[in-house]
Write a protein that binds this ligand. Sequence first.
Ligand SMILES: *Cc1c(COP(=O)(O)O)cnc(C)c1O
Length: 378
Amino acid sequence: MSYSLPLSFPVFDGNESIYIQQAISSGNLATNGAFISKFESKLSKKIRFHQAVALNSGTSALHLALVLLGVGQGDEVLCQSFTFCASANPVVYLGATPIFVDSEEDTWNISPELLEDAILSRIALGKKPKAIIVVHLFGMPAKMKEIMEISQKYTIPILEDAAEAVGSTLNGESCGTFGKIGVFSFNGNKIITSGGGGALISSDASVIERARYLSTQAREDLPYYQHLEIGYNYRMNNMAGAIGLAQLERLDGFIAKRRLINDRYRILFEDFPGITFQTELIDSRSNYWLTSILIDENQTGFSNDRLRILLFKSGIETRFLWKPLHLQPAYRGVPFYGGHISENLFLKGLCLPSSVSLTYDDQKIIAGVIEKELSKIS
Ligand SMILES: *Cc1c(COP(=O)(O)O)cnc(C)c1O
């Protein structure tokens, strides 16, 4: 169905049409077109000159990143449990096993304490994990200072899944630039979209060079097709590069609008008992891709699902938070370190409409639905 207030609706009122037309006129829509390198250099400026390789999805960027970190058959990779399946699936593609770790209650991202517990436990069991996958969920930066200390202490590299956090920062530095490798997604409903796409970013030139090579079928620079290794067809195409470049030009404005939307929700819900938000730590700045709330049924008298249905009836789209991966049937039996934090976030949470086009009046309608329901218990 189409909603009057969708969760996250893209806006294409910049240079998208112009650039698409230019890409078509150039006759090159393939993976070596001019918009791809323009997109990459614009992106790399946004992330303070870390280098970026444009790819065809965030998932392929994660897969390639794991290959570059040397993950293979029988290895273990630590991964935030509270995330979309694409954070962990590529671990399985490589014949390795994800080891899931629970969240902490402020940012809802991986708990540094539980991460260290998990590392010590896996080492004691005889296997040192090959990488740590940290996710900045809904755009909210994770506790990177603590996580990086642990990464250094045990010399286990960080793979930052910043798929949802394009433009989010911590101490002024972009999410995606803290780990050995970072990953972005430009899928349809992310904060900026290229129709479908992703990027792998790193400050290590050799990683970038190898990412380019492996993402283009590991083709040697020769007049004939020769391959010393097995590669992948993971490069972004020129059409996606054209759209992505136009969207990237608008990123700062989109973030400002999504942050304004988050502020207004906080003000509108201020006096609502039992409704809380993700915590933005000092020095961190979320892109607020999706504003999400927790509903404490003991105080509100209604559950997240009840609110979802009520809003649905008014044409307002909401979504549950990610169901933790350790609770997914597809990952049954996979080791998990933690308790019930991410499970409770899933049971209480709801993502609210956060589209750039959302107006203050739209938000007042949403607040009104909640207020009416709250009035039933007081
Ligand atoms: C969207 C997303 C991905 C995957 O990106 P695609 O471009 O859809 O393949 C990975 N991780 C997280 C956390 C995501 O939200």
